[in-house]
Design a binder for this molecule. Structure first.
Ligand code: SAM
Length: 228
């Protein structure tokens, strides 16, 4: 399968069965145990990013690009905390849901702009570029190109998360218990941290903060890298 196929499949998935599944996981309604585990794991990643950015105490001065924003799980609280957020996603259904959630909860909607756009075609310049749990849908070569493009949009900082290619996860993936259930409709790619760091460095960024979220079914390595 080539990278274009991956992208088409991912887009179709997040506009159909994937939308229903992830809208529920990223919501607060009833879900099954696996989905609840993924929901909790993902929330830890979101909370970690919010914690880092709030600790810096300058959110009101920042422009943030949230590439592959999903239903706005990170974009909405970032906008609420004062940042100017440009949220975009390849799936119009996810963006529609994000807009809906923002309209119900956000008291300062002027801080948040949504767009339906794949991150490869994003342009502009933002203080911080964030891309959470998106690279898992793409093989390394494609992920490299995506990271490089995102770096070109970042004036100062990039924050990425990916499923790390560790021995344990590789085995879990082989026996099929990694991202079980309908999400198997898309492939899950693991990435070597060294490969991600190398591509960040090639683009002039150096890792400053890092974190790992690991629950039973959710694994996400989080890196914050700053321009050298
Ligand atoms: N970043 C969000 C979060 O953490 O809540 C959503 C994560 S969800 C697992 C992955 C999202 O990436 C989906 O909403 C999907 O539509 C989006 N996506 C996948 N490929 C993309 C691409 N090439 N450009 C933009 N968005 C993409």
């Amino acid at each position: 399968m080539n990278a274009a196929d991956d992208k088409t499949i991912v887009k179709e998935y997040f506009n159909s069965t994937g939308f229903d599944r992830w809208r529920r996981i990223y919501g607060d309604g009833e879900v099954n145990k696996v989905q609840l585990d993924i929901r909790n794991g993902h929330q830890q990643t979101v909370d970690k990013v919010l914690g880092w950015l709030k600790a810096d105490d300058n959110l009101a001065d920042l422009s943030i690009c949230d590439a592959g924003c999903g239903v706005g799980s990170l974009s909405i609280p970032l906008a609420e905390a004062g940042a100017k957020v440009y949220a975009s996603d390849i799936s119009e259904k996810m963006v529609e849901e994000g807009k809906q959630r923002a309209s119900l909860t956000l008291k300062n909607p002027e801080n948040l702009t949504f767009a339906v756009q794949d991150l490869e075609t994003l342009s502009g310049s933002y203080h911080t570029v964030i891309c959470l749990d998106v690279l898992i849908h793409y093989p390394q070569e494609k992920a490299d190109a995506m990271i490089s493009h995102l770096c070109s949009l970042a004036q100062s900082r990039i924050i990425l998360s990916f499923a790390p290619k560790t021995c344990a996860l590789t085995i879990l993936k082989k026996i099929g218990s990694f991202f079980p259930g309908p999400s198997k409709a898309t492939r899950a790619y693991l990435h070597r941290e060294a490969d991600v760091v190398k591509i960040l460095e090639k683009n002039g960024f150096v890792v400053q903060r890092q974190s790992m979220t690991r629950t039973r079914f959710y694994f996400s390595r989080l890196l914050e890298a700053n321009r050298k």
